[in-house]
Design a protein around this ligand. Structure first.
Ligand code: NAP
Ligand code: MG
Length: 402
């Protein structure tokens, strides 16, 4: 059997713990038998990040800017316990944070829908993709505790020294105050990335904020989305038969609950943080959630939405059986391979991505799955497989699907 050849390499970012183990298995059993896999490999495992003073993360992000498409394994974001555990030179920053800052991206998260794992919101039939603006607002704020009576003002000093002031509050007793910001530049690139993603995936785009209450701040978001849409996207949306819809955030929440899904929901930073956890848990499981970082220049980095599944890894190290779900990691690979196929005009590679996704979903629909899904499935008497057992079951289905 001839394997599918690739043109441009994928940027491959290896990672940590249980996901690192699944990474290897997925490549060996599901990809390499079918594809002459071409990757530029970067080991983002914590030990190698420490050995290279985290240069490897920067190199991997630069390679993504050069080659356009990356696939990333989950990685440890070190805390004090990890510094001790791995004897780290310092508490290295989150690789995802570093990569996101370098690519200036928006994160899109979408659930993987499969028969037998039913959303807890009964009317949801198609995935809801959540797009989170990953810059500013409350995540880059300044806060003060106010001890007693006094006045708080916002002061903007322009480069020429001219001051503009706004009264926040005249306190008559203790309280709290917060200042936050965002940038037109960042909001514009967020808007463009969302519009591009909607065109790319053929889905409607919703955006919501609280512009009735926040008449300057949130209103700026609303205006920028409207202006960018009118100037650059309105016609392309019409041609693609999709729409852009703006509403208030509370109205959006109510509508999402009554919708059938099948659209992209763009959220401001805080709304996206909260709503993505709600949407993913209502769809069933974090292990069935894909995540892709898209830059305004059209660079793509695919990954699973979950972490390194540390608890399972420690069991694995003790020689105990694990039943870790590899679906989101498999879909990170298929997402990256499909995108590479699309950019390099390799229909066979795109078709293979579809085939591997179908084989994965059929395996579950036939009742063979890992423990996390077996606990919530509506399929009677599911067969619970261990980590490798599930990947092997998918490999069997894949081989039979030729
Ligand atoms: P986690 O790895 O997402 O796992 C949390 C729990 O969720 C697991 O203990 C497991 O529950 C369940 N789970 C998650 N993924 C699963 C899967 N594929 N199959 C089955 N169950 C799954 O989060 P964490 O334990 O908080 O974090 C571990 C490490 O991952 C941390 O060092 C963190 O920094 C890192 N992290 C990385 C990323 C990333 O690279 N994108 C994202 C988040 C966290 P049970 O134990 O109950 O089975
Ligand atoms: Mg959160």
């Amino acid at each position: 059997m001839t394997r599918i050849a690739m043109k441009t390499p994928l940027v491959e970012m290896d990672g940590d713990e249980m996901t690192r183990i699944m990474w290897q298995m997925i490549k060996e059993r599901l990809l390499e038998p079918y594809i002459e896999l071409k990757t530029e490999y970067f080991d983002l495992g914590l030990e190698h990040r420490n050995d290279t003073d985290d240069q490897v993360t920067v190199d991997a992000a630069e390679a993504t800017r050069r080659l356009g498409v990356a696939v990333k394994c989950a990685t440890i974001t070190p805390n004090a316990a990890r510094v001790e555990e791995y004897g780290l030179k310092q508490m290295w920053k989150s690789p995802n944070g570093t990569i996101r800052a370098m690519l200036d991206g928006t994160v899109f998260r979408a659930p993987i829908i499969v028969k037998g794992i039913e959303p807890s919101v009964r009317c949801w039939k198609r995935p809801i993709t959540l797009a989170r603006h990953a810059y500013g607002d409350v995540y880059r704020n300044a806060e003060l505790r106010i001890d007693g009576p006094g006045t708080v003002e916002l002061v903007y000093t322009a480069a020429d020294g001219k001051e503009t002031r706004a009264l926040v509050h005249e306190f008559d007793g203790p309280g709290v105050v917060q200042g936050m910001h965002n940038l037109d530049r960042s909001i514009e690139s967020f808007a463009r990335t969302c519009f591009n993603y909607a065109l790319d995936s053929g889905q409607d785009l919703w955006f919501a904020s609280k512009d009735t209450i926040s008449k300057t701040y949130d209103h700026r978001f609303k205006d920028i989305f409207a202006d960018v849409f009118a100037a650059e996207y309105a016609q392309r949306f019409e041609e693609a038969g999709i729409s852009f819809f703006y509403t208030l955030i509370d109205d959006a929440v109510a509508r999402v609950m009554k919708s059938e899904g099948g659209f992209i929901w763009a959220c401001k930073n805080y709304d996206g943080d909260v709503m993505s956890d709600m949407v993913s848990s209502a769809f069933g499981s974090l292990a069935m959630m894909t995540s892709v970082l898209v830059s305004p220049q059209g660079h793509f980095e695919y990954e699973a939405a979950h972490g390194t599944v540390q608890r399972h890894y420690y069991r694995h190290l003790k020689g105990e059986q694990t039943s870790t779900n590899s679906v989101a990691t498999i879909f990170a690979w298929t997402g990256a391979l499909r995108k590479r196929g699309e950019l390099d005009d390799l229909p066979e590679l795109m078709a293979f991505a579809d085939r591997l996704e179908r084989a994965t979903l059929f395996t579950i629909e036939e009742g063979r799955m890992t423990g996390d899904l077996a606990r919530i499935t509506t399929i009677p008497d599911p067969v619970v497989l261990d980590t490798l057992g599930f990947i092997d079951a998918v490999a069997e289905k894949l081989a039979a699907s030729e």
